[in-house]
Design a protein around this ligand. Structure first.
Ligand SMILES: *[C@@H]1O[C@H](CO)[C@@H](O)[C@H](O)[C@H]1NC(C)=O
Ligand SMILES: *[C@@H]1O[C@H](CO)[C@@H](O)[C@H](O)[C@H]1NC(C)=O
Ligand SMILES: *[C@@H]1O[C@H](CO)[C@@H](O)[C@H](O)[C@H]1NC(C)=O
Length: 164
């Protein structure tokens, strides 16, 4: 979605496709008013069939419970957002397992699913709402394990670079 206007838009903005909904505000999309170029955009990409790429040797207990979604906005300063963004994921299959909200982190090496900066604020058997403080590629994982002491999540590594 693109908005052209002399002054930056304000208020809520929502993008939806069949599996995922992205909720944020135009204030977050625009960022610093001083850099406003006269338009702003919000993007929601969905990856539907990532589960078929999964390496059979990786932890069988960890699986995607949703499509993966990449969200992007015209504001380029999005590593630590002043407002949380919300992603509502429909579960691929109805499940009572509590999913973990994760994002694809490729800062160190080929990439891992990480839960940092992302929490589940609502979950039932058919969908889960994730609130996150940055933009990235997000999904729901089930069967994720907390490593004792490290505060880090144990992660699926799919090898290869899927994004970026
Ligand atoms: C995201 O969800 C939180 C918690 O439910 C809510 O307080 C916030 O207003 C929501 N943000 C947007 C942009 O909808
Ligand atoms: C993983 O295993 C399934 C069935 O066991 C097989 O159909 C699929 O081709 C395998 N995928 C890879 C990447 O080896
Ligand atoms: C990026 O955003 C943060 C939080 O809103 C702000 O504190 C920081 O100054 C911004 N950085 C730049 C380079 O604009």
């Amino acid at each position: 979605m693109v908005r052209r206007d002399l002054t930056p838009s304000e208020g809520p903005v929502s993008l939806t496709n069949e599996n995922t909904q992205f909720d944020t505000t135009w204030e977050m999309v625009v960022g610093d008013d001083l850099n406003y170029p006269g338009f702003a955009f919000v993007v929601l990409f969905i990856y539907k069939n990532l589960d078929s790429l999964k390496d059979n040797t990786s932890h069988q207990s960890q699986q995607l419970m949703s499509s993966a979604a990449t969200v992007s906005v015209s504001n380029s300063n999005t590593t630590n957002l002043p407002q949380l963004i919300n992603l509502t994921f429909n579960h691929l299959q109805s499940s009572d397992v509590d999913p973990t909200c994760v994002y694809w982190s490729s800062e160190n090496g080929p990439g891992v699913w990480s839960g940092r900066g992302c929490t589940s604020v609502m979950s039932n058997s058919t969908h889960t709402v994730c609130s996150c403080s940055h933009l990235s590629t997000f999904a729901l994982l089930k069967g994720i394990h907390q490593k004792k002491g490290s505060g880090q999540l144990s992660l699926v590594m799919w090898g290869g670079v899927l994004w970026h």
